[in-house]
Design a protein around this ligand. Structure first.
Ligand SMILES: [Ca+2]
Length: 102
């Protein structure tokens, strides 16, 4: 599915996902907001331990929550396909830059 989206679409999808999962008051994804909102998004079947691991995995500054950048990086790490799309987008962007310079 990610493949059909262009670069902007991909980032938009990630941002949309982030906003749906985050704690509306704190503006970050916490274990509680992840638990609550993943159910609303229909992402069932994760145990609390798996969700905690997801936060721990992505949390780079150790505050126990995922900010937008941490979330996006985690998504790219969890999905090799997404990473492939991102590389294509970067590749295309570079080609466009080259065209402009020529
Ligand atoms: Ca963090």
């Amino acid at each position: 599915m990610a493949r059909k989206l262009g670069g902007d679409g991909l980032i938009n999808e990630l941002c949309k996902g982030y906003r749906m999962l985050m704690d509306g008051e704190k503006g970050v994804i916490t274990i509680d907001s992840l638990k609550k909102n993943s159910l609303l998004m229909g992402l069932q079947g994760f145990t609390e331990e798996e969700l905690k691991n997801m936060i721990r995995e992505g949390d780079m500054d150790g505050d126990g929550a995922l900010d937008q950048i941490e979330f996006c990086i985690l998504m790219f790490r969890l999905s090799p396909d997404l990473l492939h799309v991102a590389q294509e987008v970067i590749h295309k962007a570079k080609q466009q830059q080259n065209t402009v310079h020529l």
